[in-house]
Design a binder for this molecule. Structure first.
Ligand SMILES: Cc1cc2nc3c(=O)[nH]c(=O)nc-3n(C[C@H](O)[C@H](O)[C@H](O)COP(=O)(O)O)c2cc1C
Length: 462
């Protein structure tokens, strides 16, 4: 249990637990059989009304973020939700018109987009939602996406993450095209735009040439919030440079604490205020009336989806959707690490390391990496609230990025666990603001041109 001292520190007004919901419709990774649950509509992943209802339920429980993940490549073995789902910004634009406080964060690849288009689309969501938009920068895991965008090969890590950094810098530059007072819209003086408050970018870099300006003004939160997901060294370097939010994978308490300390430490060493980076850890709580019931249900969920052929197919994703069914299952793990060089290298390296260290066969390796690992947030509502409090206080995360199998599971969390977190002073009892930044405690970034003007560095003509 947390000490009183650490509890007090965690409960100070400066640090509040954050919550995000990421809906997985008919079933994400490891949930291949979820679509068969009678409580889940077979079209949930493409039904905008289902997403709106999810977002409203999360907003009712004062969640910070509604987060839509995405990818641009599938084959028939992919999880049901991946096979048939809506494009994130289109989806969130519709959700925006049915919600008022919850943040709306979309995953968009920096490898398979262009900065001008992306800057415009995310800024549009920011206006549509009155300052609630966020962009989760990913460099794309699936090598096959390259063939959907006219390239023979998926770029390697260095290229992907180099492009990602420059991409974010360009997008942020475009988001500063207009200063806040650019549009006097003064009929009396016949001035719609003050042209001294409009700025081009004229960016020329290793990956992009973008002239600007962007044809869209700043929203109430100044700029959309930048999130990042990806745990390689390159991913952490990017996060520490530019991320204001991070989506981190779950894991053991020690590992998640180490990850948290690492990314915040990197940011501090770059001169950033690490409190201005909110780390969300992925989790799928299992909550029931008693701890024993929750443990039983958790095991049943695993057993119902425990199909070796399906696991073998999913295993290939880190290795560029490689087909492992071509190998002898009881022979040593095949020599395929180089297939992951441009794919899920971090995960693939962990797999190959373990297989080599323990002389595992392919079958044993797949089983070792897909064995039963119950969520640390499994139990009755008090047990789950205790675990959340402990991990939060131990600085394994600032917030949780939560996935639930069914509406009932979400309702159980919001109805039974959230009130406990509120009673303990860990979680808000009302929204702090109407913007995503405001709710996450993130500062509004100053417009670079306005700052330069204040320092006398911009001429009257901009
Ligand atoms: C919590 C979490 C969520 C992620 N969500 C997405 C996603 O929606 N789409 C995507 O293409 N990649 C996603 N990624 C993967 C990253 O983009 C990254 O490509 C992948 O983790 C491999 O890079 P890495 O070795 O830096 O982790 C996610 C990663 C994490 C840890």
């Amino acid at each position: 249990m947390p000490t009183n001292e650490s509890r007090d520190a965690a409960r100070s007004p400066r640090r509040r637990l954050r919550l995000a919901l990421h809906p997985y419709g008919v079933g994400g990774p490891g949930q291949h059989g979820l679509w068969k649950d009678p409580r889940i509509a077979k079209n949930a992943s493409i039904d905008i009304n289902w997403y709106i209802a999810q977002a409203k339920a999360a907003e009712q429980a004062l969640f910070d973020v509604f987060f839509i993940v995405d990818s641009q490549f599938i084959n028939a073995t992919y999880p049901p939700h991946y096979l048939n789902r809506l494009e994130p910004l289109t989806l969130l634009s519709a959700v925006a018109t049915h919600t008022a406080h919850i943040g709306l964060v979309a995953t968009m690849s920096s490898t398979y987009n262009s900065p001008f288009n992306l800057a415009r689309r995310v800024a549009s969501l920011d206006h549509i939602s009155n300052g609630r938009a966020g962009w989760n920068v990913v460099t794309s895991f699936d090598t096959g996406a390259s063939r959907n965008f006219g390239f023979d090969e998926h770029p390697d890590y260095a290229t992907r993450y180099g492009r990602a950094l420059e991409f974010v810098q360009v997008v942020r530059g475009l988001w500063d095209s207009y200063e806040d007072d650019a549009f006097p819209a003064d009929v009396g003086r016949d001035i719609f735009l003050d042209p001294t408050r409009l700025h081009g970018l004229d960016h020329v870099g290793a990956h992009f040439k973008v002239a600007g300006p962007l044809n869209l003004s700043r929203s109430p939160q100044g700029q959309p919030v930048i999130f990042q997901a990806g745990v390689s060294d390159e991913g952490r370097a990017l996060a520490s440079r530019v991320a204001e939010g991070i989506f981190a994978p779950g894991g053991a308490l020690d590992d998640t604490r180490a990850y948290y300390a690492d990314v915040k430490g990197r940011a501090r060493r770059l001169g950033r205020n690490a409190d201005q980076i909110v780390v969300f850890m992925q989790a799928q709580p299992v909550i029931a009336a008693t701890d024993a019931d929750a443990r039983r249900i958790s095991r049943e969920i695993f057993d119902a989806d425990n199909d070796f052929g399906r696991k073998l197919a999913a295993f290939g994703r880190s290795f560029g959707a490689h087909d492992f069914s071509q190998y002898e299952l009881d022979a040593p793990f095949p020599d395929v690490l180089e297939l992951a060089d441009r794919s899920g290298r971090t995960n693939a390296e962990a797999i190959v390391r373990r297989a080599r260290e323990h002389n595992l066969t392919l079958r044993e390796t797949v089983l070792a990496f897909t064995d039963y690992r119950p969520s640390p947030f499994t139990g009755d509502p008090t047990t789950v609230a205790d675990a959340i409090e402990l991990w939060f206080t131990e600085r394994a995360f600032d917030g949780l990025m939560l996935g639930f199998r069914t509406d009932d599971d979400l309702a159980r969390f919001t109805g039974d666990v959230v009130p406990l977190l509120q009673q303990r002073g860990l979680y808000r009892t009302e929204y702090d603001a109407s913007t995503l930044r405001g709710n996450l405690g993130l500062l509004v970034p100053e417009n670079r041109w306005s700052v330069a003007r204040e320092h006398g560095l911009v001429s009257r003509t901009g």
